[in-house]
Design a protein around this ligand. Structure first.
Ligand code: MSP
Length: 515
């Protein structure tokens, strides 16, 4: 498949340091992007930071910084985290960049020029939640002590009254419903789709899209004193990142509309109601799919600064390294459901799947090749059990491909683990260590096992890229033969291939130790 593939994460607010939820979103999206590349698809993967809005102003003021200083400092933290997590993004966008101002002002102009009169001036009066950067209807709020009112997210709302431009969202109700029914895959998982369909069916109110009480935002063209509502600004990053407003650019023509926006479940309305309506209004093509993942808790509890249980990805990376952290995100949590970050579960998962299952299989087969065949891959005269495990590897990779097509990442990683379990069983049953007197048979078993490790490692590059690359190096697999087509071809590793001395690839962690 050589169809281009464009995938994005949400762009995080850099009002604080990144936490494990942000890491989770980057890692899952990265696995999807890497898988598309393994399929041979030209891929573009965008991530970045969402730097405007009142929340940034308030946080900066509280810290004695300007919003730009706060954004610069924390945006750099997000970039560093991406590097440490081995994220393969092609670009990192900051909404404070000039290219983005140009793009957002252009989309605004197109919405304003629309013959429906989609943008009009009025005054907004109502509730606003700074933490969510969102407007709320009184009916959506709950009341707390002293008449304080809270949004469904738990964030306190304040009453806002100011002149504002509005977007005629109400005119898009039917168009959106038509789009959802014509494109049943647009919103995933299914439960989220149902929620959005019923939200839109219940009616849409026009949306306030400019603010006049602060100036940390992108100016509305031709309207001094107005800056854009941060969500128009933020959502537009997805087209800025591929070159908008230059619609003739190679990148824009190749990659827009996006194949997939990966986001958290809290921001699905913005992505599946506002964003497609803005694009329709501007006459631009709509993204093909939005996938909402769940939220991570910490040892079973909601993460919050006040509880002091926010998981710092850097700390986890210091303790365990990149690939175990990635593997946990991709294997332990069902993508689309909520999940939990827990130390014991983490250690058990990493030890079982990576060190014991994958690592031991590679280490045992490769060191026996080293010892008994001077590091040269023996010839394989395969019979039924050998052919069966190779066949299992090929069919596993086909099933992984199907799972990844619908972002069932946890299914794909579970498939890989089952294959490695089966390969360990094959190795134990064939017991090559007892075949000193039958070297051709021992050679067949070792060559077959090494070949299954090769196939598994090719697929594993999407999930644990550095470890998989190391395994492929230990198997002397050329860089040009590391795509999925190479993992499912009938031929194994050519007999006579000289392998470097084996080295362990995965560490084992001790449950009993602190940390
Ligand atoms: N700036 C907006 C997104 C704009 S996209 C055009 C935003 N930023 S955020 O920093 O609050 O969140 C960034 C992403 O992280 C969102 O997709 C959000 O759902 C996700 N997560 C935030 N906390 C999370 C967890 N605890 N667990 C998993 N993902 C979480 O929203």
């Amino acid at each position: 498949m050589t169809e281009p593939f464009y995938v994005t994460t949400a762009i995080a607010y850099p009002n604080g340091e990144p936490h494990i939820g942000h890491a989770y979103e980057m890692v899952t999206t990265d696995a999807i992007a890497r898988w598309a590349r393994l399929e041979g698809r030209p891929t573009f993967f965008l991530t970045g930071t969402d730097e405007h809005g009142i929340k940034m102003v308030q946080t900066a003021t509280a810290q004695g910084l300007t919003p730009r200083e706060l954004a610069d400092r924390n945006s750099a933290r997000f970039r560093e985290m991406a590097v440490r997590l081995d994220i393969s993004h092609d670009d990192f966008i900051r909404t404070t960049e000039p290219r983005h101002y140009e793009s957002v002002q252009e989309i605004w102009r197109r919405m304003a020029a629309n013959s429906n009169g989609d943008i009009y001036e009025d005054a907004y009066e109502g509730w606003y939640s700074v933490r969510d950067e969102a407007y709320f209807d009184a009916s959506e709020l709950t009341e707390g002590e002293g008449g304080r009112k809270f949004a469904p997210s738990g964030a306190e709302v304040t009453w806002v009254r100011e002149p504002s431009y509005f977007f005629r969202l109400s005119a898009y109700q039917q168009k959106l419903l038509d789009y959802y029914s014509a494109n049943p895959d647009f919103i995933a998982p299914e439960e989220r789709r149902n929620e959005i369909v019923s939200f839109v069916t219940s009616g849409l109110r026009d949306l306030s899209i400019s603010r006049t009480t602060f100036d940390w935002g992108i100016p509305v063209p031709g309207a001094p004193g107005h800056v854009m509502y941060v969500w128009i600004d933020a959502l537009t990053n997805y087209i800025t990142g591929v070159g908008f407003p230059d619609e003739l650019s190679e990148r824009y023509r190749t990659f827009w509309p996006a194949n997939l926006h990966v986001i958290g479940k809290d921001i699905i309305r913005f992505h599946t109601v506002y964003w497609p309506a803005f694009l329709m209004s501007a006459g631009l093509p709509l993204p093909r799919r939005v996938f909402a993942h769940g939220f991570l808790t910490s040892e079973g509890k909601k993460m919050s600064k006040s509880l002091g249980n926010v998981v710092d990805p850097h700390e986890q990376l210091d303790l365990y390294g990149t690939d175990p952290v990635r593997w946990y995100c991709l294997r332990e949590v069902s993508f689309g459901q909520d999940g939990d970050w827990g130390r014991d579960k983490f250690i058990n998962r990493s030890n079982a799947d990576l060190a014991n299952n994958f690592g031991n299989l590679a280490q045992r087969s490769l060191s026996m090749i080293q010892k008994n065949f001077a590091g040269t891959v023996p010839a394989a005269a395969q019979s039924a059990p050998d052919l069966a495990i190779v066949g299992a590897a090929i069919s596993t990779i086909e099933r992984m491909r199907l799972a990844m097509q619908t972002q069932q990442i946890h299914e794909a990683t579970a498939e890989l683990t089952s294959l490695l379990n089966a390969a360990n069983l094959y190795f134990a049953e064939q017991a090559p260590w007892g075949l000193k007197a039958d070297l051709p048979r021992m050679g067949t078993i070792l060559a077959t096992t090494a070949d299954v490790v090769r196939r598994a490692a090719i697929a594993a590059q999407a999930f644990v890229p550095a470890s998989a690359a190391k395994l492929l190096d230990l198997l002397a697999v050329p860089a040009s033969e590391r795509l999925l087509v190479d993992a499912v071809r009938p031929e194994g590793i050519p007999a006579g291939t000289l392998l470097p001395p084996p080295e362990p690839v995965f560490r084992k962690f001790d449950l009993g130790r602190a940390g």
